[in-house]
Design a protein around this ligand. Structure first.
Ligand SMILES: Nc1ncnc2c1ncn2[C@@H]1O[C@H](COP(=O)(O)OP(=O)(O)OP(=O)(O)O)[C@@H](O)[C@H]1O
Length: 608
């Protein structure tokens, strides 16, 4: 699984950031108003040097104290106005930008839910997590600060330069000389910084993955005494990230050095030249004061360009990473089209009742190859043909790694077949809306996942909205999960990561209850009894038999006791169904099946 997804292709930061427009659109009025207010505030600051000029050449030269007081009052009012306007700007942007961030995060989450399992197999969870957290925070910060201030500073610099040229065009040109090397440095910096910023953000994703895996797998890490090697792996990634961050800091220091030093030198030169002109009587002292105060007022807008560009570049990288996920095609395709092979002669729901041969669950020449399988490797399933009649339960047996779990995952379309088709009562599953398919097919996997919510809610996830207490109790009884009633808050007890810890067998029984609670027409169980003790297994089997009597079921089985739950058994071998029959028939006629079952010698003796 690639943990770092660095894009090396050249892309324009502006074009990438422009993709944020649909999210910014609803709050555009406030953002534009805030930008306008900031421009006015910044330009208000540029009036101060002109007041100074008036004071120096007027009241100060004419020794008029009342005029000096008036000038001081004007300066005070201008300062207060500038501060108030900047305060208004901040107030205008705070709330709408939190809204933009929340909307983008919700959009990402919704999209992640709709992306196919193949996507989640490919992507490290830490990479997704960091996109939904750090990256979105960088985007919000960009919208709040650099976006406005790159505009505000540009306008301020432009207005300031015009004021300086009007005061004295020769001094103005001296101050403008560094513009060429500064712009050139910015262009080079932008390219280099983009590369390093991307690497740093990918490394944050990798680090998040390691932290997440260590927390989830803490028992294994401790059990096998791997905390040191895990800490070493984390340390190496952290050192890598530190190196990248230092490179970022060095680049930033370089551009800052250029952006600060060159204009300061130019101001110094202008000061010397201006002083000479004042001494020669070619320039008034007030004009020189106004010129220098304007140049000094432009220091911050110029100095800040370095880190504003850096923040914008990080935001462009964050936006790019965000849209890498959002650009992935969701399960139903952008226009709701079903991906996968086109249905062949499917019978639409509601049409004439299908022929008996078509009813039930049918695999027709199903081939499957994982999209991320090594190139050139053969498909895992090379032509599966299997018919499970309505109401029949079929056990699926095969060597480990033969593709049993994969085959079961094809039925609820967690993966799509590479070729061939699967039908439910004659209807190709690719022709059915996924919601309908998943309402008709219930699944329980070997790894029983419970969510951080109550036992009842975990089980009722398998049923339509509004399913009541009676169905919940029935499902718990079928799965022999009545222990749930004895939990501290009964079925309202919270389980999962932040709730009560349950044993593997208890989790498996709840997962089974979730699969049967909706009385599904089709049931797919992936070795659902593997974590149960012998007594509980017998009790669950007895209850499951009842459920299976009116359900069409496919059950992955490793043990004869589970196989015996089913009416017939299919043997999966070399990507095909090698044999179908009852347990006893296969045991007698098929050497591979007999060998697979012989692992359970004691039980096998009982059965014989
Ligand atoms: N997401 C995936 N991408 C690529 N290959 C995969 C993926 N998931 C599983 N495989 C491969 O497919 C093969 C079949 O896996 P599968 O889990 O279907 O076997 P199984 O018969 O259920 O095994 P077991 O009896 O051990 O549970 C394995 O070789 C596995 O490595």
């Amino acid at each position: 699984m690639p943990t770092t997804r660095a894009t090396t292709e050249d892309r324009s930061a502006v074009r990438t950031l422009a993709r944020l427009w649909p999210y910014v659109r609803p709050v555009r009025a406030r953002l534009f108003t805030a930008a306008f207010v900031a421009v006015v505030a910044s330009c208000t600051g540029l009036v101060i040097p002109l007041v100074l000029k008036w004071m120096v050449d007027g009241p100060v030269a004419g020794r008029d104290p009342a005029g000096v007081w008036l000038g001081a009052l004007c300066l005070l009012l201008l300062g207060v106005a500038e501060a108030v306007l900047f305060g208004i700007r901040r107030w205008l942007v705070a709330r709408p930008l939190s809204h933009v961030e929340a909307e983008m995060r919700a959009g990402l989450y919704r999209h992640l839910q709709r992306l196919p399992v193949a996507f989640h197999d490919r992507w490290a969870s830490g990479q997704l997590l960091s996109r939904g957290t750090t990256d979105l925070m960088l985007v919000r910060m960009f919208l709040a600060f650099p976006l406005t201030f790159l505009l505000v500073n540009s306008v301020t610099i432009l207005v300031g330069v015009v004021i300086m040229l009007v005061q004295d065009w020769t001094l103005g040109l001296v101050v403008l000389v560094p513009a060429v090397p500064v712009v050139w440095t910015c262009v080079i910096f932008e390219r280099r910084y983009a590369e390093v910023a991307r690497r740093a953000q990918d490394q944050v994703g990798d680090l998040t993955t390691v932290v997440e895996e260590s927390v989830l797998g803490i028992r294994i890490i401790k059990g096998f005494g791997h905390h040191r090697s895990q800490a070493r792996a984390f340390g190496e990634l952290a050192v890598g990230l530190r190196g990248t961050e230092l490179r970022k800091a060095r680049l930033l220091a370089t551009i800052w050095g250029v952006i600060v030093t060159l204009p300061e030198m130019a101001i110094g030169a202008a000061l010397v030249l201006g002083a000479v002109q004042v001494a020669d009587g070619d320039l008034s002292a007030g004009t020189l004061v106004a010129f220098l105060s304007t140049a000094l007022a432009l220091r911050w807008p110029v100095d800040s360009i370095g880190f504003l560009l850096a923040m914008s570049q990080e935001a462009a990288t964050a936006t790019e990473r965000y849209f890498e996920v959002l650009d992935e095609t969701p399960e139903d395709g952008p226009a709701g089209a079903a991906p996968g092979p086109a249905p062949r002669g499917a019978t639409a729901p509601g049409e004439a009742r299908p022929a008996a041969a078509a009813r039930g669950l049918r695999f027709e020449d199903v081939r499957f190859r994982y999209p991320d399988a090594p190139p050139g490797s053969p498909p895992l399933l090379t032509g599966v043909d299997l018919h499970i009649r309505p109401g029949e339960s079929m056990a699926l047996v095969g060597a480990t790694g033969s593709g049993k779990t994969t085959l079961t995952a094809l039925v609820p379309r967690l993966h799509d077949v590479t070729s061939g088709r699967i039908t439910l009562d004659g209807v190709d599953i690719t022709a059915m809306p996924r919601a309908e398919l998943r309402a008709r097919v219930a699944v329980a996997f070997e790894e029983p996942t419970l969510f951080s919510t109550s036992v009842g809610e975990n089980v009722l996830m398998g049923a339509a909205d509004g399913t009541g207490r009676k169905e919940l109790d029935r499902a718990l009884a079928v799965a022999q999960a009545e222990f749930a009633h004895d939990l501290p808050d009964g079925t309202a007890t919270r389980v999962g990561e932040q709730g009560l810890s349950l044993s593997g067998g208890q989790r498996q029984r709840l997962a089974l209850a979730r699969a049967v609670v909706g009385r599904p027409e089709f049931l797919v169980l992936d070795d659902p009894l593997s974590a149960l003790d012998v007594h509980t297994e017998a009790a669950v089997e007895a209850a499951l038999r009842q459920v299976l009597s009116d359900t069409t079921a496919l059950i992955v089985a490793h043990r004869p006791s589970t196989v015996l739950l089913a009416d017939r058994v299919a043997l999966l071998s070399d990507g095909r169904i090698a044999a179908v029959g009852t347990h006893h028939e296969l045991l007698r006629d098929n050497a591979e099946y007999a060998r697979l079952m012989s692992g359970e010698s004691e039980e096998q003796e009982d059965i014989r």
